[in-house]
Design a protein around this ligand. Structure first.
Ligand SMILES: NC(=O)c1ccc[n+]([C@@H]2O[C@H](COP(=O)([O-])OP(=O)(O)OC[C@H]3O[C@@H](n4cnc5c(N)ncnc54)[C@H](O)[C@@H]3O)[C@@H](O)[C@H]2O)c1
Length: 415
């Protein structure tokens, strides 16, 4: 018998996940829940589903539902996740884990207590560049990590419509002006997840770009946080000694890709991406001897990381037609997915959705700890919350709290 998944939050983002949950061979039913009746009605029809609840608490009382997927607005995640775990449900949550450090701590404590599956759907964990660096690091391609750069660029003007839809009749500018570093999970996860388990951020210094744009989203009194910054740049110190630079920009003239790793440097090898080119090279000097290994050429791994169609294009003749975000990349392990997902061609997010849904379902079915569990998700999020404080204080260096590793006696879903 398969699992039954109750999806709460039938806004814009959950639609593709409802479809994928329904397709998964280990899922028997998908049940919907939203405060807005019309959204539920439309979605039930679109996905040929029958059951729904107008109220989250009522859905949690349904004993036939063993798992809940949270797709409500981001500030609601923490308390809803805790409630669902305490009601005995396994929980999938869209990013982020929660928006305050105390809430994040409570999610971790509740997972520890209940031993239910919690997984955050970090789309960037399955971005080809992140998978590539993770694999290369495991193989020893980089040696010890020294420095990395990643970013999430998403101009706020492209999100006006989303915030308007989400806010309903309320002032959409208020939530839109969220400090960029309160959404660092995409950028941080791409680098941290490539490093060994246990690696985490210990310190931060961050600066912000004060925004005076006419759309009046940023500044005192203009948003819930009195946040003046549309862009924030942070330098983080890692427990293993390395340093990472993260950009969270919401006012920037760049289109795609939005989240990517620009640099991942080890003592022995380095990955670099300049949007259209991805390269890998090795070359390091041992302390008292010759080079450990040296590749004369820089390896162009572009065809391995971009989607298959992009890989066949001649960039010199047709540079504008790079299709960064459609279909699986060769670096994706499509074979590990149920067959029904093999031909997926996601519209966005580098086809990461099938992997996320499959990880969660596999974790629930086996009881094993998935990647992007509560401990991982906390490490992707808390550093950004502290980074914003640093930016408000003009860049002072601050300590970043850490809630430790996932219990070692919990078998991992993947090695
Ligand atoms: N790449 C990514 O990982 C990515 C991309 C987009 C969105 N997201 C995340 O997905 C989540 C959803 O985004 P969205 O754009 O669909 O938001 P949205 O505002 O369009 O939808 C949220 C829905 O939740 C419903 N809701 C809120 N409280 C509820 C409650 N108590 N009970 C039932 N329903 C409730 C609202 O009525 C609304 O329909 C956000 O948290 C966002 O951070 C992640």
């Amino acid at each position: 018998m398969g699992i039954k998944v109750g999806v709460v939050g039938i806004g814009t983002f959950s639609d593709d996940f409802i479809r994928l949950f329904k397709m998964h061979p280990d899922v028997d039913d998908v049940i919907l829940c939203d405060l807005v009746e019309e959204r539920v009605k439309k979605s039930l029809e679109k996905h040929s589903l029958t059951k729904s609840y107008p109220d989250f608490d009522e859905m949690l009382k349904d004993d036939s539902i063993d798992s809940v997927a949270v797709f409500t607005q981001r500030h609601l995640h923490g308390p809803m996740v805790v409630k669902a775990l305490k009601a005995g449900k396994n929980v999938y949550s869209a990013v982020p884990i929660a928006c305050e450090i105390d809430e994040i701590k409570e999610v971790i404590e509740t997972v520890k207590e209940t031993r239910k599956i919690y997984m955050m759907g970090e789309t960037c964990y399955y971005y080809p560049c992140a998978i590539y660096c993770r694999k290369k690091y495991k193989e020893g391609g980089f040696g010890k990590f020294v420095y990395g750069e990643s970013q999430y660029y998403h101009d706020i003007s492209e999100m006006y419509a989303d915030f308007k839809h989400s806010a309903g009749n309320d002032d959409w500018r208020k939530p839109a002006g969220i400090p960029p570093m309160f959404y660092p999970t995409h950028s941080i996860s791409m680098l941290l997840s490539a490093l060994p388990e246990g690696e985490h951020i210990t310190k931060v210094s961050c600066f912000g770009y004060e925004d005076h744009h006419e759309d009046a989203i940023y500044g005192e009194g203009k948003n819930y946080w009195d946040n003046p910054f549309s862009n924030e740049t942070a330098l983080f110190k890692l427990s293993g000694g390395g340093v990472i630079r993260i950009n969270e920009f919401r006012r920037v003239g760049i289109n795609k890709p939005s989240s990517y790793i620009t640099a991942f440097y080890g003592q022995e090898g380095s990955y670099e991406c300049s949007v259209t080119q991805h390269t890998f090279q090795r070359g390091a000097v041992a302390p008292d001897g010759p080079r450990i290994e040296y590749l004369d050429e820089v390896v162009n791994c572009y065809n391995y990381i971009n989607d298959k169609k992009a890989g066949t294009m001649d960039m010199t003749k047709d540079p504008c037609s790079v299709r960064y975000i459609v279909g699986y990349a060769p670096v994706h392990d499509v074979e590990r997915l149920p067959e029904c997902y093999h031909d997926e061609k996601a519209f966005n997010h580098f086809n990461s959705h099938p992997f996320l849904v499959d990880d969660f379902v596999k974790a629930v079915v086996t009881g094993k700890l998935p990647p992007n569990n509560a401990w991982d998700a906390a490490r992707y999020m808390i550093p950004g919350l502290v980074a914003h404080e640093s930016a408000l204080k003009g860049g002072v260096t601050m300590d970043v709290p850490d809630f430790g590793d996932a219990p070692s006696d919990w078998e991992r879903l993947f090695d």
